[in-house]
Design a protein around this ligand. Structure first.
Ligand code: NDP
Length: 495
């Protein structure tokens, strides 16, 4: 990064271990959504740049990186984790400038990232093949887990380095090489990470970054014939387009998509704890998280009391400068998000919802700020209840019995996350089994860890990230048959 007279930070693409402009020479400005000002200039890459990056990744795979042992890859991953820990505050600041989320959230995420690199570094030399006891006495059969090849990763703006890390750490542990296309709104932290990858000592071409405005660079990466696996996080609509593009090349696909997650609160729940969990689930990160708990499914008998607690806290949420330590909710990340959320306020009113709090922008702050919003008197057919808003908007759906709660909670095309709030241990486990979601929290919400699988049912995606199985998604399993008897066989039967 260099800084010009106008104080714009200048970034370059990172391909084959080198910083370079886009082949077209084009660039665009990254805007700080809090100030509304451009703060960085990044290259606007296209298909030719993606092609260069994929070529570099292929050469690295066939060259020096492919020759490293699993323990050597693990050491490099550990070193990268150390360097991220050293620079975590700076990386967090950069992410806040790009996406407007709270500095304490982004710096907190950056500080947690090393744990993912350490976890997958540890797995690199423990993901073992096996010797298979077959029904053929004259064969020794064993398996090898080999890297799937070149990985193309496409990540969104809400948690750029975290969502990249969920892909990069297992991919490198497995021995893959990597090309990432960050969101056009949040390119800078990924380009900063490239410097740390280089400093850690990874060979050129193992990690490549192409930044570009709008879909072209992502489309070129998802559909590149020499990409073996596409790993994507973002909206369901784009995920489907990415999967179509990858399918033309039979590239493997992992998709982490949207959600409309339910927080189910029973009448015996600790209502203060539940209110706090609901606030954490839908208002933290200004609601811009895939796992946002945006539907409150609450027993009729405690609905009014719980909604009163949530509204009281929501009205006290400090909205403002995301870098100020006292701020609890920053702006929405960009103009598109802002217009989208305002559109949901309008449609909810038109469709007859009651706005218990919020439902408007924060005029005195300008920019992309909206108030934390609670919508009651909604029904499951309303847009605000069915669609992912990706903003601080909670819809409240009452139920009368457990079956009703399950029907409401599962009444969505999505299935990313859910929670159950109850003191009844029997009911807690029963509900955890009945809810169709990739993560279910009991008396908690919005926790993740490198050790725990994360992903969705239904329209929330395909595959899981994190946990020991995540490395499997970056490998091909090869079966090796070794004939032991040295006898010839009937060539016209299946051996
Ligand atoms: P998208 O899903 O469109 O974007 C995610 C990533 O995909 C970005 O890097 C984007 O690049 C890239 N991309 C866009 N179009 C294509 C394409 N045709 N082929 C390949 N890559 C592509 O999300 P948006 O940023 O547009 O946000 C829209 C909505 O998506 C949000 O309001 C929210 O509802 C949802 N969303 C969900 C997320 C989640 O974690 N589940 C994360 C982000 C968004 P670029 O940004 O450069 O266009």
């Amino acid at each position: 990064m260099t800084t010009t007279e106008t104080q714009l930070a200048e970034y370059a693409l990172y391909i084959d271990g080198n910083s370079m402009p886009a082949e077209s020479g084009d660039s665009y400005e990254s805007i700080n959504p809090f100030t509304g000002d451009a703060w960085a200039r990044v290259p606007d890459a296209g298909a030719a740049d993606v092609d260069r990056a994929v070529g570099a990744a292929r050469r690295a795979l066939d060259g020096p990186w492919g020759e490293l042992t699993a323990p050597q890859r693990g050491k490099l991953l550990r070193k990268l984790g150390d360097l991220i820990a050293r620079d975590a505050d700076r990386l967090g600041e950069i992410e806040t400038k790009d996406n407007g989320k709270l500095l304490r959230e982004m710096a907190g995420q950056a500080k947690a990232l090393p744990e993912w690199y350490y976890y997958f570094a540890g797995l690199a030399d423990k993901f073992e093949g096996s010797v298979i006891p077959t029904d053929r006495a004259n064969y020794l059969v064993y398996t090898r887990h080999e890297p799937v090849g070149v990985v193309g990763a496409i990540v969104p703006w809400n948690s750029p380095l975290l969502l990249l890390t969920w892909k990069l750490a297992p991919a490198l542990a497995a021995g893959c090489t990597f090309v990432v296309k960050p969101s056009d709104y949040t390119p800078a932290s990924t380009l900063e990470l490239a410097k740390l990858v280089e400093e850690a000592g990874f060979p050129p071409g193992v990690f490549n970054v192409v930044t570009g405005w709008g879909p072209p660079a992502g489309q070129a990466l998802a559909g590149h014939p020499d990409v073996n696996k596409v790993a994507f996080t973002g909206s369901t609509a784009t995920g489907i387009a990415v999967a179509h593009a990858a399918a033309d090349n039979l590239a493997r696909v992992t998709l982490e998509l949207g959600g409309k997650s339910a927080q189910v609160v029973f009448s015996d729940a600790d209502l203060d704890a539940a209110a706090n969990g609901v606030i954490a689930g839908v208002f933290a990160a200004t609601g811009q998280t895939c796992m946002a708990g945006s539907r409150l499914v609450v027993h009729e008998s405690v609905k009014d009391a719980l909604v009163a607690k949530i509204v009281e806290r929501a009205e006290r949420i400090k909205v403002g400068d995301p870098t100020a330590p006292e701020t609890e909710m920053g702006p929405l990340a960009n103009d598109r998000q802002f217009e989208k959320v305002l559109g949901f306020f309008e449609s909810a009113r038109e469709q007859g919802a009651t706005v218990a709090c919020g439902g408007q922008s924060v005029a005195e702050l300008g920019g992309y700020f909206v108030r934390p919003t609670v919508l009651t008197d909604v029904d499951p057919t309303m847009r605000a209840v069915r669609e992912e808003i990706f903003g601080p908007v909670l819809t409240v759906l009452p139920f009368n019995d457990e079956d009703g709660a399950v029907a409401l909670a599962n009444g969505t095309q999505y299935g990313l996350a859910a929670s159950v709030w109850t003191k009844d241990v029997h009911r807690a486990h029963r509900m955890a089994a009945r809810l169709r979601a990739g993560s279910v929290w009991v008396n908690a919400y919005r926790t993740v860890s490198p050790q725990v699988p994360f992903g969705g049912f239904g329209a929330s995606g395909i595959g899981r990230e994190n946990g020991s199985d995540a490395i499997r998604a970056y490998t091909e399993t090869k079966a090796i048959w070794v004939e032991l008897s040295a006898e010839t066989r009937d060539p016209f039967t299946l051996g």
